[in-house]
Design a protein around this ligand. Structure first.
Ligand SMILES: Cc1cc2nc3c(=O)[nH]c(=O)nc-3n(C[C@H](O)[C@H](O)[C@H](O)COP(=O)(O)OP(=O)(O)OC[C@H]3O[C@@H](n4cnc5c(N)ncnc54)[C@H](O)[C@@H]3O)c2cc1C
Length: 257
């Protein structure tokens, strides 16, 4: 995170809203989007009804970066942890409605909470009912419902984005994760940061060439790099030391048979 992120003014820091971003849906797309908005210093809340469909996968063999595959529930835990490390909060609740307000949106949950937010990222796979109160959201029904969005997740309603499978992206975890990131970067660019890159570069990579640090980028020195690598190695040793404790999940219609 670059230094101005923690202090720069955002709608939530101004007190205009409770949160800068509410991500509805904490699956692969939502958690990936939340990591990027939170890393940029936007106060980000993930509201998840209780489980990505990826939990049903038996062994995830095609997510980039895991050459022998990975337990999908472990991957979801790691995505959740990464979003939390970036500063994002995650609550378990079902979003029942979204309405426009003067400063953005009001998000209602089944727990009776109302959260005011500047931006909403919808990442709920095929659930669209809670968006019925927002004029201008296009819902496409192809047996399952999807939100009509452009390539970068813009829905046509300012401040409201759709990510992952909900935006009719291919039913693959890596695609939906990547699209979550793309949507978050789009949101940041639409907000106030054109040409945004969340990059960590070695010390002097930009500045020793007389360039300003681009928005979203940071430079770290060798000691900091080695420290981060040691922390990362210890974390991964720990997270993969034991099999994942959760049972395999199957299709809900098979559960009691
Ligand atoms: C059996 C099975 C095996 C699979 N295997 C693979 C595989 O090997 N490789 C691969 O690439 N893909 C695989 N997939 C597909 C992959 O799981 C999906 O493409 C991916 O999870 C979609 O990501 P998403 O974030 O769009 O949706 P999800 O990961 O499903 O996340 C959507 C989230 O939204 C939440 N939600 C829904 N409605 C609400 C609401 N109203 N309020 C709050 N939260 C809400 C849900 O609880 C969920 O957590 C598999 C899927 C299944 C079913």
């Amino acid at each position: 995170m670059t230094s101005d992120h923690a202090t720069r003014e955002t709608p939530a820091r101004r007190g205009a809203v409770d949160r800068d971003v509410v991500v509805v849906g904490g699956g692969v797309a939502g958690l990936s989007a939340a990591t990027f908005t939170a890393r940029h210093g936007l106060d980000t809340l993930v509201v998840d009804a209780g489980g990505s469909i990826l939990r049903r996968n038996a062994h995830l063999a095609n997510f980039p970066g895991f050459p022998a595959g990975v337990n999908p529930r472990r991957l979801l835990d790691l995505l959740d942890e990464q979003a939390a490390n970036a500063g994002c909060e995650h609550i378990e609740a079902t979003v029942t409605g979204v309405d426009r307000t003067e400063d953005g949106f009001a998000v209602a949950t089944d727990g009776g909470d109302r959260v005011d937010t500047a931006f909403v990222v919808a990442a709920t796979k095929n659930t669209t009912d809670y968006l019925a109160g927002v004029d201008g959201v296009g819902v496409v029904d192809r047996g399952k419902t999807f939100v009509d969005a452009d390539e970068r997740g813009r829905t046509g309603v300012d401040g409201l984005y759709a990510a992952g499978r909900l935006a009719a992206k291919p039913h693959q975890a890596a695609v939906c994760a990547g699209h979550g990131v793309e949507v978050a970067v789009t949101l940041l660019e639409d907000d106030d940061r054109p040409f945004y890159h969340d990059w960590t570069a070695p010390d002097g990579y930009f500045t020793d060439r007389g360039r300003d640090l681009p928005p979203g980028c940071e430079e770290i020195d060798e000691a900091e790099r080695a420290d981060r690598e040691a922390t990362a190695r210890a974390a991964m040793r720990d997270r993969f030391a034991e099999p994942h404790p959760d049972d395999q999940v199957t299709h809900p219609t098979l559960r009691d048979e």
